[in-house]
Write a protein that binds this ligand. Sequence first.
Ligand SMILES: [Zn+2]
Length: 227
Amino acid sequence: MFEHAARELHLFLQVSGLALSFVTSQNQPSLFDSEDSASVEFTNESVEFVYQRTDLTKVEVKRSKRAKRNVTAYRDNDKTVVTVPTRMAKRDIDAYVTELVNRLDDRDERTSSQKALEQRARSLSLKYLGQDLLKTHKVPVKIRWVTNQNSRWGSCTPDEGTIRLSHRMQRMPSYVIDSVIVHELIHLLVTDHSPAFYALMNKYPDHEKAKAYLDGYSHAQQFLKPE
Ligand SMILES: [Zn+2]
């Protein structure tokens, strides 16, 4: 039954858009061969909702006597398990599943873009500064995008090993973002903008071009100034 339902669910998603629904019943044979599990089937009174990123055939809804009022969701390899209270109404389950699956997707996306940013900083550090400063700095370095930094493109607190990048750069060309990352990485070593700083900064070939881009952008925006 599971395979049958899963296949239909999958086809339904592909063929006719994203209207689908969970139907649960204590009396139906369990979809997942476990007493705690709920059945998933199609229904005419389907609630429309959209899963943008998770393969719905891999979402498993379990009813749990212990859950009381809590609805929880977690990833189990490529499967998403949502645990709901035994008596929860089908319509509520739909809403919770949607919400929680989307939240897990958001979290996964943040995690992967965070990893990508660290990797990017690491390669820039190795390529232009000859060492992986994320590792070799006196304290572990954390680099991240922030949304609360509107007057500077990047900032660095060397003692804490933190580098923050303004999310306003996210749609800018890569060479601009890379330039700001290199700039902030150098601040781990040289805190001011002395000749020692520029000796390192000039190793990044697009440094002047990036500065011109940011100056132009700031000029247009007035309130944004490059650090
Ligand atoms: Zn600076």
